[in-house]
Design a protein around this ligand. Structure first.
Ligand code: G
Ligand code: MN
Length: 407
């Protein structure tokens, strides 16, 4: 049997099935079918219902979106050409809600770019009507199976900082990124001057609620893949600028920059929100990323200094770019990577390295911050070799507030 428009006409007198639950009993899964042709809806509902699925139907894109917003589906089948929202817009809406739900798009009028576009946007399949009954069941079985696998994979990977999505999943990644951006907030971790038992400043660290992009590294990688590094940087800087009012007045605020943020003209604008606080802001640039992709680093850094910002090299000693960043940026502050700090009291080589770097930096008028200090033994060993500024869980974890430190 073929499912065609003919069936529509013969069934035209039947009551509307918009958003109706056609098959109530427990089933193989919930399928949303969206089509403005009632007959197609009914036939799909009957075929999939007898194939073991619960079928929910909608006749236009707006009703379908309302369903997607409030309910969970195992598979979505949608016509592309719909009143209200198109099938493509519906696909986007579905991805905002659920990274994994398979969406099969159907069309009565195939276009040349249709399949490529649909799949690029994250559709599982693009089918041309009429569709064979048997292949309809096969497609939905296959989609439901893939959905289970995808959810399983996500549940096993998400808690560990999430390996990023496959490159084809651009729409999924965009949905995740949008969720992350919408939930961005900053956490502040104290940096202390140990000899005086006082807080020297706080490092602002980005946090978000998207389960896939919850780690800052995953969020930044997503921004890189989606060409949204600049947007992310601006959002973070605006958040920090708004948060600064609540910081103790003498505390410096350390803000991580992506190398590519250096190329963003708004960073250098005196009227940008963060620029107004420049005199107390230290911008951290990591050794991990190459400065080569940004032209004119020296003059940009000079412009930042003219605004009043200070510059830190982050993660020094992590084994990446060596001393290039150091030479190019002439930082006021150097942050030693926590791999150097870990167990420093037990490792004479680390102690000698840190002692040498600390005295070299002091000679050049730079401050040294040791990151990732977790134990009193590490703290005392660092203090013993002249490294007085420290940051790490021993003093405080990143928190939504500018927490005081109990010494
Ligand atoms: O690369 P950067 O130095 O910006 O990274 C700081 C990261 O290190 C933050 O995500 C922060 O949560 C984490 N961090 C801060 N202090 C400690 C610590 O004492 N131990 C460990 N393992 N991680 C820390
Ligand atoms: Mn940092």
């Amino acid at each position: 049997m073929m499912i065609t428009n003919e069936a529509h006409r013969s069934n035209a007198a039947a009551p509307p099935v918009d958003a109706a639950r056609v098959t109530p009993q427990p089933t193989k899964g919930r399928v949303l079918v969206v089509d403005d042709e009632l007959a197609i809806l009914r036939t799909f509902a009957r075929v999939l219902g007898s194939g073991g699925y619960t079928v929910i139907t909608a006749t236009d894109g707006v009703a379908a979106k309302a369903l997607i917003d409030h309910e969970r589906f195992d598979v979505i089948l949608s016509d592309i050409c719909l009143p209200g929202l198109s099938g493509i817009e519906l696909l986007r809406a579905a991805r905002q809600r659920d990274l994994d739900v398979p969406v099969v798009l159907l069309t009565g009028t195939p276009s040349e770019d249709g399949p490529d576009e649909a799949v690029e946007l994250g559709a599982l399949l693009y089918l041309v009507k009429p569709i064979e009954v048997r292949s309809l069941i096969q497609v939905v079985d296959h989609a439901a199976h893939l959905h289970k696998l995808a959810r399983f994979r996500r549940s096993t990977t998400a808690p560990h900082g999430a390996p990023l999505l496959r490159s084809g999943d651009r729409v999924e990644l965009e949905a995740s990124f949008a969720r992350a951006i919408a939930s961005i907030r900053m956490a502040y971790q104290p940096i202390v001057r140990w000899s005086r038992r006082e807080v020297f400043g706080y490092e602002a660290l980005v946090r978000n609620d998207d389960p896939v992009l919850s780690s800052p590294a995953a969020l930044i990688e997503a921004a890189e893949r989606l060409s949204r590094v600049r947007d992310l940087g601006r959002i973070v800087r605006d958040h920090v600028a708004r948060g600064i009012a609540a910081a103790p007045p003498e505390a410096r605020i350390f803000v991580n920059l992506h190398t590519r943020d250096l190329a963003d003209a708004t960073l250098l604008l005196p009227s940008s929100p963060l620029s107004r606080h420049a005199s107390r802001v230290v911008l951290e640039l990591t050794e991990r990323a190459s400065l080569d992709e940004v032209g004119d680093v020296a003059s940009r850094v000079t412009a930042l200094r003219n605004l009043g910002f200070r510059i830190a090299v982050d993660d020094l000693g992590a084994g990446y770019a060596g001393l290039t960043a150091f030479a190019q940026l002439k930082p006021e502050v150097v942050k030693l990577d926590m791999s150097l700090v870990r167990d420093v009291q037990r490792e004479p080589v680390k102690r000698r390295l840190i002692a040498a770097m600390s005295s070299l930096c002091r000679d050049m008028g730079m401050l040294v911050v040791a990151e990732g200090v977790e134990t009193a033994e590490e703290r005392d060993a660092l203090a013993g070799i002249g490294c007085d500024l420290m940051q790490g869980y021993l003093f405080g974890k990143p928190e939504p507030r500018f927490a005081t430190v109990r010494f």
